[in-house]
Design a protein around this ligand. Structure first.
Ligand code: GLC
Ligand code: CA
Length: 523
């Protein structure tokens, strides 16, 4: 296994820097603020954080439009602040992962501005420009804004011109093959940016849109010829990085482990809103345009008891056949792009979901605020976020002013009003979401059989869902009953590790509404 040894049992935590903690009182979260909260993170029990982009940016897409990779945006502080954050986190045993947005830059990046020039220069090929304003490419060429004849290919928003990693099969003179040597300088540029941060002590990266680098390839094409360009690109990058640096983690935002891990060499990949089998389990955002195909309540994790875990169990089994020994999958509780997982769900249901996410075979990944059950705010949009902004609101530390997030008059993004949803309230309640998550984290760390490498076997996929995790020495069995219908099962219990709404009498396990039980079996 090439993956650094610490990864398989690590619990990650995603921080959206705008909204974690405001360290200088201007209403916007920043690096000093994140550093100040290291005690909370240590107490929670996490091992690594991933920070969304903190680089200089015009924030047309929340920092996913970088205008200088080697500068920290002033809203977050300075490079010194980042260095200090890394130092303090390391002293507390927490690793730091940054976001690398290499699919595109902001149109304000100096590379792009130079590449708009009619006169050929070093940057002319850094972006994908057609030869003439009459060219077309899937409606994604932005034309008429610059003196250079031809359009540039955009990635996500028009202000995010795609960087040039070539094409799978070029069929126009302006399209270069992915292994063309003219693209070497840009690739070297990326390596140098990463070296800069790795030398500073950063523990790895999450790569934005990792499956969209080489054009003319379809991100979920797992056929033999699919993604050969992307595979060539990433293997080249990792071939260099893994030689120069040890013990780092490289995470894909690809949502297709058969490509990202098996073909491209990432350590792990996310299953998020592009994974139907995962959506079927936990997402229920009917009519929110992110996941329109599901009826509210048809998910596995809902009170109705109408769903099934079978598709997911089969999906994951099949995935592990392709990636075992090469890397891992991760089902994060949420992200800055998704509707808050607690939305439309009771606290007990949410705790049952956490019991699942922290015991099934994956890299555990918590999105800030999900551990206290922050719900989505559907009435905000900022920094190009649209509906996604509602999942990016400030962390709720207290029930007081600005939820303890900032001393400023107002906050950059509005705080939510729901009173008991705060760290302050939940620390006092033994059965709160926060304390349940903390207990689950402790269990996961105590028992290596729960890490992302050890064996997993599903015994039932209805209500309850039942699966076992084992390392040959210890076997832990997990029962989940998100439905409102009580069910009973027989079970040889050695030790009860944690339950919610469940009773055990002798060999009989009663799983009441919205319950779970995590049990150590007799050896
Ligand atoms: C990724 C990010 C998202 C961003 C997009 C374009 O999907 O997670 O927030 O808008 O890439 O960079
Ligand atoms: Ca601030």
């Amino acid at each position: 296994m090439k993956n650094a040894n610490w990864i398989k049992s690590a619990i990650f935590y995603q921080i959206y820097p705008v909204s974690f903690f405001d360290g200088n009182g201007d209403g916007i979260g920043d690096l000093k603020g994140i550093t100040a909260k290291v005690g909370y993170l240590k107490d929670l029990g996490i091992d690594a954080v991933w920070l969304n982009p903190v680089y200089k940016s015009p924030f047309k897409d929340a920092g996913y439009d970088v205008s200088d990779y080697l500068a920290i945006d002033k809203r977050f502080g300075t490079m010194e602040d980042l260095k200090n954050l890394i130092e303090v986190f390391h002293e507390n045993g927490i690793k730091v992962v940054l976001d690398m947005v290499f699919g595109h830059t902001s149109n304000k990046h100096k590379w792009f501005i130079k590449s708009t020039s009619k006169k050929r220069n070093k940057y002319s090929d850094y972006y994908i420009w057609s030869d003439s304003n009459f060219d077309e490419y899937n409606g994604k060429l932005i034309k008429g804004l610059y003196y250079r004849d031809g359009g540039y290919l955009m990635n996500y928003y028009a202000s995010q011109p795609a960087l040039n990693y070539g094409f799978h099969a070029p069929d126009k003179p302006w399209q270069l093959k992915y292994d063309d040597a003219r693209l070497d300088p840009l690739r070297e540029e990326l390596l140098n940016i990463m070296r800069f941060y790795l030398d500073m002590g950063v523990d790895g990266f999450r790569f934005d849109l990792a499956g969209h680098m080489v054009k003319g390839e379809v991100w979920d094409d797992v056929s033999e010829n699919g993604n050969t360009g992307n595979a060539w690109f990433w293997n080249k990058i990792f071939g260099t990085l893994r030689k120069e640096y040890k013990n780092k983690v490289y995470i894909a935002e690809w949502v297709c482990p058969k490509n990202s891990i098996a073909k491209c060499g990432f350590d792990f990949d996310f299953l998020t809103h592009d994974t139907p089998a995962y959506n079927e389990l936990v997402r229920n955002e009917k009519n929110t345009n992110l996941v329109p195909e599901l009826e509210l309540g048809d998910n596995y994790f809902s009170e109705n008891g109408k769903g099934t875990m079978k598709n997911f169990a089969d999906y994951v089994d099949d995935l592990y056949k392709a990636i075992d020994g090469k890397g891992y999958i991760s089902s994060p509780s949420g992200s800055h792009d998704e509707i808050r997982i607690g939305t439309f769900k009771s606290d007990d249901l949410l705790k049952t979901i956490f019991a699942f996410l922290l015991t099934y075979k994956n890299i555990a990944f918590i999105y800030y605020g999900d551990e206290i059950g922050i719900r989505h705010n559907f009435n905000v949009s900022r920094d190009g976020g649209s509906i996604r902004t509602g999942t990016r609101t400030p962390m709720q530390w207290t029930n007081g002013k600005n939820r303890g997030f900032s001393q400023h008059r107002g906050t950059y993004l509005p705080t939510n009003k729901d009173k008991n949803c705060s760290v302050e309230s939940q620390l006092k309640d033994e059965n709160s979401i926060l304390n349940t998550v903390k207990k689950l984290i402790k269990i996961r760390k105590k028992y290596p059989c729960l890490n992302a490498e050890c064996n997993q076997r599903f015994l039932e996929t209805g209500y309850p869902a039942v699966y076992e995790r084992s390392d040959g020495k210890t076997t832990i069995r997990v029962y989940l009953n998100p439905s409102n219908k009580p069910v009973e099962r027989k079970c040889e219990v050695n030790e009860i590790l944690l339950t919610q709404n469940a009773e055990i009498n002798g060999n009989t396990l009663l799983l009441k509404a919205q319950s779970f039980a995590i049990i150590k079996l007799n050896a």
